[in-house]
Write a protein that binds this ligand. Structure first.
Ligand SMILES: [Zn+2]
Length: 147
């Protein structure tokens, strides 16, 4: 049991609290920092889980990255990849759909790729999700080189 951020050894209660609420092993200080971030940005806990899943796979990402107009759940700046976690499944209205499409258009124009991942995917298929993101990054890297 060690903190996923700083590698500090965790005691049982520290570990349990963090696993129960975030699903990630974090020491008290990093746990508090995450809770604060989640509260201020309305970050879904799946974003935290994916962030650490990527970190474990050797990917440096940023949580709640401000792109100038909005906060991105997870950004991998090296390959200009933005990841948004869809935290709820509800019927999408046409207003939301056109807003999403417009956002995608703006980010493409700026050279960014945005993918949206349903939160249930991270819950049930974290490893596969990370592997697919690694594949997307690889594809983007080849693309960036080609330009
Ligand atoms: Zn820590």
């Amino acid at each position: 049991m060690a903190c996923a951020e700083c590698n500090k050894q965790l005691d049982y209660s520290e570990n349990k609290r963090s696993i129960d609420s975030l699903g990630v092993e974090l020491c008290s200080s990093h746990y508090k920092r995450m809770i604060k971030l989640m509260k201020s940005h309305n970050t879904p806990k799946e974003a935290i889980q994916l962030y650490y899943g990527l970190k474990e796979a050797g990917v440096t990402a940023m949580l709640e990255w401000w792109d100038g107009t909005k906060s991105i759940d997870i950004a991998i700046s090296r390959v200009k990849l933005n990841i948004e976690i869809d935290s709820e499944y509800h019927m999408m209205t046409h207003e939301q759909a056109i807003n999403d499409l417009e956002e995608a258009m703006h980010s493409f124009k700026n050279g960014f790729t945005t993918i949206r991942i349903p939160h249930v995917l991270i819950k049930y298929y974290l490893k596969e999700t990370v592997n697919n993101i690694l594949g997307i990054m690889e594809g983007l890297r080849v693309h960036i080189k080609a330009i």
